[in-house]
Design a protein around this ligand. Structure first.
Ligand SMILES: *Cc1c(COP(=O)(O)O)cnc(C)c1O
Length: 393
């Protein structure tokens, strides 16, 4: 294997005696050797709990953990590492914001989009907010001119890129409008952080959430960026490591970021995000964006040219995922047959039931791309689809 794929040992695997064509990256990405080695080296030589010990190993792990925070901070263009909190993932990040803002959100409204993942829907409902979606056109492009903000709107929460369609939302335009009304914006970057260079100051959001496992790092770790403006909100969770003084009468909290990291965090996970960032920066985010775009556009064009294939969504900028269906063939059957050819895709509603309702379908087949996918992978998918159609003709 040539190109970045050679750095990912799992891609050398055969499935049913066939070359693995891994196109389920929106669910989770594979890991390069450098990330795998970083995790095992940490447990082999540096493992200890952080921020509490006076001993040597504890200092080493604390330093490595904080170094990972610094890498994240500069990777997303934050002002300082204190704006970066490690969480368990995108879902956890959004739930923490929902819990912290619950006193403001309860009985009020959160503006979202019609393509959101359940993770950017359910936490707001649990916090007692009502949801309204920003209108979109037929291709699922947001109609930012139609954003309507009322007295009850307390937050706008939008995904940067859809995990289903691959559509990129105009988040900069959304934050510009939100600022006119002094409303905070949360950006769910779970499907953009691995594909597009991101600068939180340029986007102008107050919160940005993403997961490690979709950007070549470990599962169970994620990030919540919180702008300085919201640095003193109520912590969503309490416990060890985040407090200054605790008495039975009351407690005072540490400053961010530790204020938001109750309990022992996923230390190796955080360090794995640092290693994944090193890996991506070694290639260069602009190069990743360019090369992926070439493969993505190629796959999309070939799908659009294939008879009996419906491709969903069409916006000015796209990345990562492509959702489609084959005429008269259930998405699940398509996925099962592709699997037998060694092609890993995902089928179903992709945690976006409201979007499925809008599209008038139950589910799709989703092929989602990462930096190691090639035009050969796209060709294998198209060939596979041809075979599926033949079986059903
Ligand atoms: C995957 C995903 C999430 C949830 O991420 P977890 O890692 O499962 O917490 C949220 N939003 C989008 C757009 C996603 O793709």
């Amino acid at each position: 294997m040539t190109g970045p794929g050679k750095d990912f040992p799992i891609l050398a695997k055969e499935i049913y005696g066939k070359r693995l064509v891994y196109l389920d990256n929106a669910a989770t990405s594979q890991k390069p050797n450098s990330v795998i080695d970083t995790i095992s080296d940490f447990y082999r030589s540096d493992n200890s709990n952080i921020h509490r010990g006076v001993h040597y190993l504890s200092e080493v792990s604390s330093e490595r953990y904080e170094e990972a925070r610094e890498k994240v901070s500069s990777f997303i263009g934050a002002d300082e590492p204190a704006e970066v909190t490690f969480t368990a993932g995108t879902t956890d990040s959004i739930n923490q914001v929902a819990r912290s803002l619950e006193p403001v959100l309860r009985g009020n409204e959160v503006l979202i989009t019609g393509v959101e993942h359940h993770s950017d829907i359910v936490p707001w409902q649990l916090a007692g907010a009502r949801l309204r979606a920003i209108p979109m056109d037929e291709g699922c492009d947001l109609l930012t001119d139609s954003i309507e903000i009322t007295d009850r709107t307390k937050l706008i929460a939008v995904s940067h890129a859809s995990n289903v369609l691959g559509s990129v939302n105009p988040v900069r335009e959304v934050t510009r409008i939100a600022k006119e009304h002094d409303i905070p914006v949360l950006v769910d970057a779970a499907q953009s952080i691995q594909h597009i260079p991101i600068d939180v100051k340029d986007i102008g959001c107050d919160f940005l959430a993403f997961s490690g496992h979709k950007m070549y790092a470990a599962t169970g770790i994620g990030v919540l960026y919180t702008s300085e403006r919201f640095s003193e909100i109520m912590p969503a969770r309490g416990g060890g490591g985040m407090v200054d003084k605790v008495t039975l009468e009351g407690t005072t909290y540490l400053k961010p970021p530790l204020r938001y990291e109750a309990g022992t965090p996923h230390i190796a996970g955080a360090i794995s995000i640092g290693a994944a960032i090193d890996y991506m920066q070694g290639i260069g985010m602009d190069k990743i964006r360019r090369d992926e775009h070439e493969v993505y556009s190629y796959a999309r064009e070939r799908l659009l040219e294939t008879d009996g294939v419906t491709v969903y969504g069409n916006t000015g900028q796209m990345c990562g995922s492509i959702s489609f269906n084959l005429e008269n063939i259930h998405h699940y059957d398509t996925g099962m047959i592709l699997d037998k050819m060694g092609i890993a895709v995902r089928t179903g509603h992709h945690c976006a039931q409201p979007l499925m309702r809008t599209l008038g379908i139950e589910g799709t087949v989703r092929a989602s791309f990462a930096l190691y996918n090639t035009k050969d992978d796209a060709d294998a998918l198209i060939d596979g689809i041809g075979k599926v159609r033949m079986m059903y003709s």
